[in-house]
Every structure is written in structure tokens, then in C-alpha cells.
Ligand binder design. Structure first.
Ligand code: GLC
Length: 723
């Protein structure tokens, strides 16, 4: 079992370990959320070494006093590590990760994480439970909001960027946080999109879809992993030796710390997996879960389990080594200050948050170039409660962001146009409001205006953990509001703020433009205003497939072709019959089987054209490489960014059927009107490798296709063979 050997630290870890009692060891393996305030009881517990870590605990001052007690008044002076869910910002809130992912901008995501680390570390946080790199293919699941979407390659690239951002150049820097790859593994495969539900994942999907982002985080040097709540093929992830020992430790040689999710150890009882808390503690520690979050099965039972030889002391010692090593790496033994600095947004942090919100927004529809709106507009009706709802705008998993910092779209539009030209009508109390009482004022505002900026979507409370939805339509009376406003005949541009893909097919047919801004964070307002009025051009591209209806789920772009693919968007009862199976293809008879918007899709205020893709060679042999290229031109009238995507498929003729496409690269272009550039990608067997047969991971010989395209449903491919 290879572990991370940080020079100079291991002797100090071993020296401490030798001197620790088993109670002190089990204390290090215990993380608590109990420190809302630093009570005398908690002071006494810290002195006794009862806790190794606190989560989402107390004020900066409390944390500093707790750390002082741990260092100065406990027997061995082992410092505490303070963890927090710094998911998409600390005080300055960035778009939700699903939104950030639509920027396809690893450097931006790293910069946002770096800034969040600086803010959190200034207040004594040393460990964040992010990035969340679960592959999410089911928007019913509320936690798609925290994910980077459905694609393993993109999630791996963006997750690694977030790890680098949080951890900085060295973990012991005063502004570094230890990052945490979560939730290991397969949490996004929760059956029926119901949070915490069972995940049934065949090895080929585990290896090709759900594990790659975690392997990328491991390769990026992530300091910790968090075990998931769910079972993977009937074995809970928190007590899953295959995941925690065989893959994480043995195959990937991960040497960092494994923490469980919240009470996931005692959840093993409800799973019907563990008989009781003692059995849960035994099975989790033997699998490799090292620090227990919140529940106290380890502290309560591992001493007796060691005494009865059901758990070897080595399992305890290995866990404590990884915990102490992380604390050494963070500099906590060597004077890293337990900081209590004041933190507030700065012009730099707000500018970055605005850029992130701008690059995250995706233009889904723009009939008749309805957008951008002219700055000369006489009057603009701003309608919908989400136009001025700071808390909702920040999205899920916000602990330290403040509503008072948030610049809403309404405020930004008033600042841009002057209050006299903006008429605001919320129309609804909130996104779930079913009342039509506010419609009259909204219709009146629309009638007085040249155009309507209609803000639709989900409020914060409908998104995130334990927020699975069985339906994805716009909640409340929002669809009825669209119908009434459409009757005014005014130009309607819709901005959707949401934490997941929603279904709004009918709405789209009644409005002119749709900008999907997710939950865009502190500076969502200025970003949306700039995009609506053309100070910036939307460049975001979807990282998760948008279904037409919830009935299509699961629907994702990297699917198999089936033996009877529906060639076009077939509908209706098949014309053929079993004897003559015309139309007996893989589709629905009641809805177009294609998505509403495909993975990788996003419009711009200009028009980009792509030449057919070309390959430098028709054959890839041995360790060789094939260069794929295409010309991309800006055929419109505005300069803008384009995210060019590289997709591969194949081989035909291998051991397994392969997805119709898989993302293998991307690059951002900035083109002026009339400008064109040749984009090239270099492809080797490594990029083509996939799981097949018994633990085989390679690119088998056969025919492959390659696209340089603007989304997963377009482009003219080139072909090449691998020999
Ligand atoms: C939650 C989440 C996890 C989070 C942890 C601590 O239940 O599943 O992502 O980091 O508990 O808040």
C-alpha cells in the first residue's frame, strides 16, 4: 500500500504516533460539527484530544481559541483542522459549478478557487469539501448544480483546475486549502435521480465514466477524498474495499486522507449493510474510510474492536498517519496561524465573479437576433421575482456569501439604463408561487415598454442536496405568466436562473431569446446586464444535456447507437410492422427522441462556421499521433469567443460497442468578424483508450471517427484507422 511520503514529515508522524493513546488516535479520526459556539464542554473535549477536526464550525475567533487550546493545552499539542464547504466561493460567490463548467475555462475556475481559498484561509479554514466531481446525467438530481456536468473528460479537466486553485503552490501557504475530491464514487448515478439512492454501475461505466474525474483529481495532487452516501452495486461506497483499497490505494497509489460523508458510517445500518454502529465502524475502517464525519461510531467502538482483534491496530495507525500527515503538510504543526482576518469582496474578487458569471451564461435561443438589446431602448420591463432575489441568485451551498453583497439583474439594469427606463414587476412572490395576482402589473409594465426581460427559473431552495425533482418544468405559475406576456406581442427575452437543466419547450416557442445564467453568484446581475445589452457576447456551452421532457431521462450525448437508431427526429406510431419493421427504431412515439439542447451547445451574437475536419494520416500506428484540424471562421459582425470541441468515436470492430462520440479536447478561440483560424489537436492511442474485457484499458485496432465541432450534435467527421 503506497502512501504519500513527504520528506521530513514521516519521522515526525511516527514519533507522534508512538506516543498517542488509542483514545487520542480515535479522536483524530473524528470530525464534529458541534462547535456552533465554543462551549466549556467543547474546550474540555479539545484538551482531551476528542476531536481531530471541526466542520462548518464557529466564528473565526472561536476557531482560533479552539486551536490555541489544542496546541497549548492538549497532551500532545496536535492541531485541529477546520473544514468548510467552500463549493463555489466563500464570501465572494461565483456561479454554481454547473454554471462555471459552461465556461469551459479551467484557468477561470482555478482563479475562482484560488480567490475562494484566500478568503476562507483568512478566516482560519484549512480544508474545503470541493471539487464535487460526480458525473451527473440526471437533472432530476438536485446536486447536478454542484457538478461539472455529464462528461468525464471535461469534469476531469475542470476538477483538476479547481484542485490546483484551492491548494495553490504549496499546502502550507497561509492562503491554501486542502481540497477534497467528492463523492467517491458514483453518487451522480443515483437511480431515478433520487438523492442518496442506489447506484448500479457496470465496470465499463465505472471505468470509462464515473472514475476518470477522480483519477484526474488524484493526478492533480488532491489532498483528500470523500466517500459517497450511495451504494455502488449494493456495496456502500463508505465501506467499499474495491473503491477505497483496490482502486484508490493500490491502482492509483493515493497517499492522502479519506474522509466519510456526513454520518455515512452510521448510515451503513440503514443501508441494511451493517448490523449496528460497531459493525459499521469495523467495515468502514477496514475498507479504508479514515476520518468519520459527525457520527461517532469510530470513537465509540474501534477501541473494543481492536481489543477483540476484529480490527487491527494497523488500520487505525494508517488512518491517523494520513490525518497527521495532512496537518503537517498544511503547516499546522509549524506555526500556520489560525487566522481571524476580516474578509469582504474586493473590486478584484467582484470583477472575477462577474467574468465567471458572464462566461458561464449560455445563449440557447435568439430568434431574429432579438439579443443584444439596443442601449437606446426607451423602456425595458423587467419581470419575475428572480430578477431581484439575492439569495436565490447565489444558488446552493452558500455559507458565507451575503445577500447584501449581491448585485441583482434589476439593480444592474437600473444602473445601466437609468431608473426611469426600467419598469419592474415581480409578477410572482417566488418561483413556486401559483398565484396570478401579480400578472396584471407585469402585463401593464410590458405594454409600456419596448421589450421585456423576463426572469424565470428555480429559487435556491429547489436546488442542491436532497432537492431531487420528479418534474423539470418551470415551477409555479411561470409558464402561465409567459403565456400572458406573449399575448402583449412585445419582444420577450428570457433569462433563466436555475441549478439544473429545466424543460421549457412551450415557453421557448413563445419568446424571442433565452439566456441560461444558472445561479450566477454575487455578480450575476452586472454579467446578465452586459450580456443582454451586448457589452459582452455569450460564449458558454452546455456541459449537460437538456431533455425535452423528464420522460427522456437518462439522456446524454455519449450514448451507444443501438442496433436500430432512429435516423431523424422520428415521431408517431411506426408505419411498419414486425414482419416489415419500418420505423421500428429507438425513439418515442410521443416526443422527439433528440434532446432540447445537446451537450456542448451554445449560441453567440456572431456566427461561427466550421470546415470539415481533416486528419494528417489515415492510419495511426504504434506510438504515433494523428493531427486533426479544421478552419473556424467568424462569419458574423461581432468579435466573440468560441469554444471549439474535439470529439472521437470508435473503434468499429473492437471488443465492445462504443459511444457515438466522446469529448477528448477543446480550445477557446477569439475571432474578429471575418477572421478565421485553423485549430489543430494531436491524437494518440492514449486519448483513444477505453475499458474493455477484463481490466483491459487501451485503444483497440479498428476504424475511428473524429470531429472538430461546435457541439456534440454537429460537425463533419474525418476517419482514421488504428492498427
Ligand atoms: C453533505 C454533503 C457533502 C458535504 C458534507 C459536509 O451531506 O453530501 O458534500 O461536504 O455533508 O457538509
Amino acid at each position: 500500500m503506497t502512501r504519500m511520503h513527504a520528506a521530513g514529515i514521516d519521522p515526525r508522524v511516527e514519533d507522534l504516533l508512538r506516543r498517542m493513546t488509542i483514545e487520542e488516535k480515535l479522536g483524530q479520526m473524528s470530525q464534529s460539527t458541534s462547535m456552533n459556539t465554543l462551549t466549556d464542554q467543547i474546550r474540555a473535549q479539545i484538551r482531551a484530544g476528542r476531536w481531530g477536526s471541526f466542520l462548518n464550525a464557529g466564528s473565526p475567533a472561536d476557531r482560533a481559541e479552539a486551536q490555541r487550546i489544542a496546541l497549548k493545552e492538549s497532551r500532545l499539542g496536535i492541531p485541529l483542522i477546520f473544514a468548510r464547504d467552500v463549493i463555489h466561493g466563500y464570501r465572494t460567490i461565483f456561479p454554481i459549478p454547473l454554471g462555471q463548467s459552461a465556461s469551459w475555462d479551467p484557468d477561470l475556475i482555478a482563479a475562482a478557487a484560488r480567490l475562494a481559498a484566500r478568503e476562507a484561509a483568512a478566516q482560519g479554514i484549512q480544508w474545503t469539501f470541493a471539487p464535487m466531481i460526480d458525473i451527473a446525467r440526471d437533472p432530476r438530481w438536485g446536486r447536478v448544480a454542484e457538478s461539472f456536468g455529464e462528461d468525464p473528460y471535461l469534469t476531469g479537466v475542470l476538477g483538476a483546475a479547481m484542485v490546483r486553485g484551492f491548494q495553490g503552490d504549496s499546502l502550507d501557504s497561509a492562503d491554501s486549502l486542502a481540497a477534497c475530491a467528492k463523492h467517491y464514487a458514483g453518487y451522480g448515478a443515483a437511480e431515478a435521480g433520487r438523492d442518496y439512492n442506489s447506484a448500479w454501475i457496470p465496470e465499463i461505466l465505472l471505468r470509462d465514466v464515473y472514475l476518470p474525474p477522480f483519477k484526474a483529481a488524484r493526478e492533480a495532487g488532491v489532498a483528500s477524498f470523500m466517500t459517497a452516501f450511495n451504494t455502488v452495486n449494493a456495496v456502500p461506497a463508505t465501506a467499499n474495499r474495491y473503491l477505497l483499497a483496490d482502486i484508490l490505494r493500490r491502482e492509483w497509489a493515493f497517499g492522502g486522507l479519506v474522509v466519510t460523508d456526513y454520518e455515512a458510517v452510521t448510515n451503513l445500518i440503514a443501508h441494511g449493510f451493517a448490523r449496528d454502529a460497531g459493525d459499521a465502524a469495523r467495515r468502514a475502517i477496514l475498507a479504508g474510510a479514515e476520518m468519520e464525519m459527525v457520527s461517532t461510531a469510530y470513537y465509540d467502538h474501534l477501541k473494543s474492536l481492536v481489543a477483540s482483534k476484529q480490527v487491527p491496530m494497523s488500520a487505525i495507525d494508517n488512518a491517523v498517519r494520513d490525518i497527521l500527515r495532512l496537518k503537517f503538510q498544511l503547516g499546522l504543526f509549524d506555526g500556520r496561524a489560525q487566522r481571524t482576518g476580516a474578509v469582504q469582496p474586493t473590486p478584484e474578487s467582484l470583477a472575477l465573479a462577474e467574468r465567471a458569471a458572464e462566461e458561464s451564461a449560455v445563449l440557447l435561443q435568439n430568434k431574429g437576433a432579438a439579443l443584444p438589446l439596443p442601449k437606446s431602448i426607451r423602456k425595458l420591463a423587467v419581470i419575475g421575482p428572480l430578477a431581484d432575489s439575492p439569495v436565490d441568485q447565489m444558488g446552493t451551498w452558500v455559507m458565507d456569501g451575503r445577500a447584501s453583497d449581491v448585485r441583482t439583474p434589476l439593480r444592474a439594469l437600473r444602473e445601466m439604463l437609468g431608473g426611469g427606463r426600467v419598469i419592474y414587476a415581480p409578477a410572482l412572490k417566488n418561483s413556486r408561487d401559483n398565484s396570478h395576482d401579480g400578472f396584471a402589473a407585469a402585463i401593464d409594465a410590458a405594454r409600456q415598454s419596448d421589450a421585456v426581460a423576463l426572469f424565470l427559473g428555480e429559487e435556491q431552495s429547489l436546488s442542491g442536496e436532497a432537492r431531487s425533482r420528479a418534474f423539470l418544468n418551470l415551477p409555479g405559475a411561470q409558464e402561465a405568466l409567459v403565456d400572458e406576456l406573449a399575448k402583449t406581442g412585445k419582444k420577450i427575452v428570457v433569462v433563466i436562473l436555475a441549478g439544473r437543466p429545466l424543460t421549457f419547450h412551450e415557453t421557448a416557442s413563445k419568446v424571442d431569446a433565452i439566456l441560461y445564467a444558472w445561479h450566477p453568484g454575487t455578480m450575476g446581475g452586472p454579467a446578465v446586464a452586459r450580456l443582454l445589452f451586448g457589452d459582452a457576447s455569450p460564449s458558454g456551452k452546455l456541459t449537460i444535456t437538456f431533455p425535452r421532457t423528464v420522460g427522456q431521462i437518462p439522456i446524454y450525448y455519449a450514448h451507444l447507437n443501438t442496433g436500430r437508431p432512429a435516423l431523424e427526429s422520428e415521431l408517431g406510431v411506426p408505419l411498419g410492422n414486425p414482419a416489415n419493421p419500418q420505423g421500428y427504431t429507438s425513439k418515442y412515439i410521443d416526443v422527439d427522441f433528440t434532446p432540447e439542447y445537446p451537450f456542448g451547445f451554445g449560441l453567440s451574437y456572431t456566427k461561427f462556421t466550421y470546415s470539415p475536419s481533416r486528419v494528417s494520416s489515415a492510419v495511426l500506428r504504434g506510438a504515433g499521433r494523428v493531427t486533426v484540424s479544421a478552419e473556424i471562421a467568424n462569419a458574423g459582425s461581432r468579435e466573440a469567443d468560441e469554444i471549439v470541441q474535439l470529439y472521437l468515436s470508435g473503434p468499429v470492430g473492437g471488443s465492445v460497442a462504443r459511444p457515438v462520440r466522446e469529448l477528448k479536447g477543446f480550445s477557446r478561440l477569439h475571432l474578429k468578424p471575418g477572421e478565421k483560424k485553423t485549430v489543430q489537436f494531436s491524437v494518440s492511442r492514449a486519448e483513444l483508450a477505453y475499458y474493455h474485457g477484463e481490466k483491459q484499458f487501451s485503444a483497440e485496432p479498428g476504424l475511428y471517427q473524429v470531429w472538430i465541432a461546435q457541439d456534440s450534435a454537429s460537425g463533419i467527421p474525418a476517419k482514421f484507422s488504428v492498427e
